[in-house]
Design a protein around this ligand. Structure first.
Ligand code: KE4
Length: 425
């Protein structure tokens, strides 16, 4: 019997490129047919064939409180009943701005947009406008959305397909983006010594989650902070994925580094389209209509999306939220390491906050080059063995995983049981 997923995928591919609205969803890296989902609740998803999965993607980060949390759904329903969109200021946008500034103290002023890409695209333009310089520095394997300047040696989907730099980006544009190796302090020092006065900004995932999970090496983020300060460049932490995920105040709180600008997304929309960029007041005041750097958006600060974000942040701020979700994530990682050891499979894993990385490599990679040493074929087989058993991991060896507050011992035990069989096969 053809599953509904197969027939839906066939139909989708007729009208949508590869049948999906974002490349990684097409399963091209792992093969097979992606489930088409119909319903979600807490830690679970149900596909078009009615099959239930334990979800470790959480819409790539936003669903940190779990799917269809009653308080979030209620806030969205109430907001939608009042208005779907104004295109004019509302009090709820002030509330979300105030919440972000309170939770991420380096953000003195913030502007809401509708995606992480819009946030990083705007922040890059702002860094260039504020400094009057053109060069932007990024790190190979990091992904900051699909804006031209940053689609150079990226991670996530582009890395998965081995075409790190996208077609359609003029060489003249890419020329203004310099790419270094993540965690390589010597390269940072050398570049700044050589071109420091021409660098508008450095954008980094303070914890990398788009080449699988890679942690910052001690001193790496500090070297970025020091060099940017010394040469008048803007330090931009892209916390679209790490914000409210690796710690309540994001990676900057966890590692004690104060960036000049921060980009956010995912969690602050609670599953609806919200992104944000913010930081030092003197920089943010360069943004139109206050200053010369133009930026705009029809649905920026959309009241329904903001309602979902506000309700989510309220839950994330609750006492013990972070410690509980971190403990759950730790138990997943420790359990997987133990099961792989028993099956004598070369495997490692790690977590930070409620993000985790799984690697078919003896130890967690500390660089992009080490990520490439992971056994991708083994990951793909593991991925499908778990998918068959109702456990939904990210369909790529180059993505991080996400646990929600709705995941508990039942889900972790079921996942470890599935992994035991998968490692055994
Ligand atoms: P969006 O434009 O997809 O909302 O955000 C782009 C973005 C920016 N910065 C970081 C650190 C990100 O992780 C992302 C998006 N993350 C990917 C997950 N690897 C989104 C999944 C997808 O592309 O479908």
């Amino acid at each position: 019997m053809t599953s509904r997923n197969d027939s839906l995928f066939e139909r989708a591919r007729k009208r949508i490129p590869a049948g999906v609205n974002s490349p990684v969803r097409a399963f091209r890296a792992v093969g097979g047919t992606p489930p088409f989902f119909e319903r979600a609740s807490g830690p679970h998803l149900w596909d078009a064939d009615g099959k239930r999965y334990i979800d470790y993607i959480g819409s790539w980060g936003p669903m940190v409180v779990g799917h269809t949390h009653p308080k979030v759904v209620e806030a969205v329903q109430a907001a939608a009943a009042r208005a779907l969109s104004f295109g004019a200021p509302t009090e709820s946008e002030i509330e979300l701005a105030e919440a972000i500034c309170r939770l991420v103290p380096s953000v003195e002023m913030v502007r809401l947009v509708s995606s992480g890409t819009e946030a990083t695209m705007s922040a890059i333009r702002l860094a260039r406008g504020y400094t009057g310089r053109s060069l932007i520095v990024k790190f190979e394997g990091c992904y900051h959305g699909h804006t031209d300047s940053l689609l150079v040696k990226v991670g996530s989907g582009a890395l998965t397909f081995g075409n790190p730099s996208s077609a359609g980006v003029p060489p003249e544009t890419a020329a203004h983006t310099l790419v270094l190796d993540y965690n390589d302090i010597v390269q940072v020092e050398t570049l700044f010594k050589d071109k420091g006065s021409q660098i508008a900004g450095v954008i980094v995932e303070p914890v990398a989650g788009n080449m699988n999970l890679v942690l910052p090496r001690p001193g790496f983020l500090e070297s970025l902070r020091e060099n940017c300060s010394r040469h008048g460049a803007v330090l931009l932490f892209d916390e679209v994925m790490t914000g409210f995920r690796v710690a309540l105040g994001g990676a900057q709180a966890r590692y004690g580094i104060r960036p000049d600008l921060t980009t956010l997304g995912k969690v602050i929309g609670g599953g609806l389209p919200v992104g944000a960029f913010g930081g030092r007041r003197e920089i943010m005041e360069k943004i139109a209509p206050l200053g010369p750097v133009y930026q705009a958006g029809t649905l920026s600060g959309n009241p329904v999306a903001v309602a979902a974000g506000l309700a989510t942040l309220k839950l994330v701020e609750e006492k013990d939220f972070q410690s509980t979700i971190e403990a759950t994530t730790r138990s997943l990682v420790d359990g997987l390491i133990a099961e792989a050891k028993k099956a004598q499979v070369v495997f490692s894993a790690q977590s930070v906050g409620s993000m985790f990385g799984l690697y078919f490599r003896a130890s967690p990679p500390t660089s992009f080059a080490e990520v490439l040493q992971c056994d991708k074929d083994r990951f793909n087989r593991f991925f499908h063995a778990l998918l068959e058993r109702g456990v939904y991991l990210a369909p790529s060896a180059y993505e991080a995983g996400f646990v929600s507050a709705a995941h508990g011992p039942t889900e972790i035990d079921a996942t470890l049981a599935a992994a035991r069989e998968a490692f055994g096969s």
